[in-house]
Ligand binder design. Structure first.
Ligand SMILES: [Zn+2]
Length: 264
């Protein structure tokens, strides 16, 4: 028997392996960033605008949309929507807090290697946003074990998450690459941002009911952090490097390209 085969009979191990494969997909998403030439300031601005567009599509279509859908179909829709909204508010508060924790001037070695403060913020936020996605995958595998009709749900969710990880890998890599980070750093960073999907999937699969109450607030939290990051950091950074029309065009391009991938 190969290493992967025993995992197939155990939903928890399968959920973990599926999460790992999804993280590799995110790493691969970083690669297109290396087709671009970032020597001009304008290219740096366009990359930030494009990453912002990708991020808005991912936050709205992969987090807010499914969150609202889950809330209104649940037993307590008002409570569900409230949980989503409170989570979003807390997520937005996270960004200025994180920003104030990042080193200023002086010892910027790690920040510089990752392509600067904005790139580091994107990395942290995208890593956090993978946690509820991992819970969703794990819960899918866990639910599949309890009912015939739900068998295959875990696999389906894992494929959906893996595909939507590809543009998200690019979100992580673009500001890093624009800031001068290496191919290896971008790939590893993109992979790491999705690693929580594997780590969160296993316990969520084992204890679906324990994780259920935190799903909506954590979806909201991730979406709030991503949207705030776009508005407060990525778009202003893009504007600092290129004109309004350029920013709008590249932002719209990012949204349009990511939309079919993240909703799948
Ligand atoms: Zn995502």
């Amino acid at each position: 028997m190969g290493l992967g085969l025993p995992a197939l009979s155990d939903p928890t191990a399968t959920a973990f392996v599926a999460g790992l494969l999804a993280a590799v997909a995110c790493g691969l998403g970083a690669l297109p960033a290396f087709l671009l030439d970032f020597r001009s300031s304008r290219a740096v601005g366009r990359a930030h605008a494009f990453a912002a567009g990708l991020m808005v599509a991912a936050a709205v279509l992969a987090l807010v949309g499914p969150g609202v859908h889950l809330a209104v179909r649940g037993d307590q829709p008002v409570r569900g929507l409230l949980g989503l909204a409170v989570g979003a508010g807390l997520g937005a508060v996270l960004i200025p807090l994180l920003r104030s924790c990042l080193p200023r001037g002086g010892d910027m070695t790690l920040t510089a290697r990752l392509g600067g403060r904005n790139a580091l913020l994107v990395f942290v936020v995208m890593t956090l946003h993978s946690v509820p996605e991992g819970i969703a995958v794990g819960a899918g595998y866990g639910a599949g074990g309890h009912g015939q009709s739900l068998d295959g749900l875990g696999h389906l969710l894992a494929v959906v998450i893996a595909v939507h990880n590809v543009p998200e890998g690019l979100v992580v890599a673009l500001p890093m690459r624009a800031g001068g980070a290496s191919l290896r750093t971008c790939f590893v960073a993109a992979f790491l941002t999705s690693l929580p999907q594997a780590v969160a999937a296993a316990p969520a699969c084992l204890a679906v009911s324990v994780f259920e109450p935190v799903v909506l607030p954590s979806l909201g939290f991730a979406a709030g952090a991503m949207l705030y990051l776009v508005a407060a950091e990525l778009v202003p950074e893009a504007r600092a490097h290129c004109g309004r029309a350029d920013v709008v065009g590249w932002f719209a391009g990012g949204t349009v390209i990511a939309a079919p991938l993240v909703v799948l």
